[in-house]
Design a protein around this ligand. Structure first.
Ligand code: F6R
Length: 243
């Protein structure tokens, strides 16, 4: 696991976007694992700019998102589908058949989750999996205590995650308490992983992760120690507590 502090928020986000851009531009049929959240907004903005400037052929690009709120209408402005359409899919003209988010309609939940994992296994491994991190160390919505062999499934969000996500909702009671998340085992089934951590709220978890020499299920992001090609990209604020 390699840690890199790129100084400014913008430089860290742009570096991440450039790495994603290169994967898409130089491989014709790239498979990407995608994340949402505040951290990724600048990444998608830069990635859209680079793909447009370079007239990159995206007709064979295919993407799998990490998670989606359970039973939240896909057209709800707070759904991750809406987020992805607004920040990325619609901006570069991706067709519906090219992007996948976990099925969150509450019908055939287990079958749908198994099918999501199966699709990733059959098409994959993903060339690049993009990750953010929660203040409690979650990746996707795999909260502390998640077994490292977990697959895509219905999960309960913790109080910290609900509180952190409430900034997008009118009030905390509207924040969904459940989500469908790729499992840790699913996430690790990718050739390359970039985890981006921005801002001082991520400083404590970054310092903890940096100090870890062995994976521990109390910090889901430490599962990345089991993967051979992981880069942890930070800005100065997220890196400031690392000795
Ligand atoms: C979102 C996701 C989450 C976020 C994490 C950080 O798809 O998988 O793990 O990456 O909660 O969110 P922000 O970037 O809003 O701090």
């Amino acid at each position: 696991m390699r840690f890199i502090n790129l100084g400014s928020r913008q430089d860290a986000a742009h570096y991440t976007a450039i790495e994603m851009f290169k994967e898409i531009h130089y491989n014709h049929c790239t498979l990407l694992g995608l994340a949402t959240g505040g951290t990724m907004e600048e990444v998608y903005a830069k990635l859209v700019e680079l793909l447009t400037l370079n007239h990159t052929d995206i007709t064979c690009l295919e993407t799998f998102n990490l998670d989606e709120y359970f039973m939240l209408d896909q057209n709800d402005p707070n759904s991750y589908m809406s987020y992805m359409r607004a920040h990325f899919f619609d901006k570069i003209g991706m067709q519906q058949s090219q992007f996948h988010l976990p099925d969150n309609d509450g019908i055939d939940v287990e079958e749908d989750n198994e099918a999501y994992d199966r699709a990733i296994r059959e098409k994959g491994p993903l060339h690049l999996q993009l990750l953010g991190i929660g203040e409690n160390g979650h990746i996707g919505f795999n909260e502390p205590g998640t077994p490292f062999d977990s697959k895509t499934r219905l999960v309960e969000l913790t109080e910290t995650t609900i509180a952190a996500n409430s900034r997008y909702f009118d009030n905390e009671d509207d924040v969904p308490t459940k989500a469908i998340s790729m499992g840790i085992d699913t996430i690790l089934y990718s050739k390359r992983i970039i985890l981006l951590a921005l801002g001082e709220k991520k400083a404590d978890i970054m310092a903890k992760l940096y100090a870890m020499s062995a994976p521990d299920e109390s910090i889901p992001a430490s599962s990345l120690l089991n993967h051979p090609n992981v880069e942890i990209v930070m800005d100065d604020a997220a890196a400031c507590k690392i000795d």
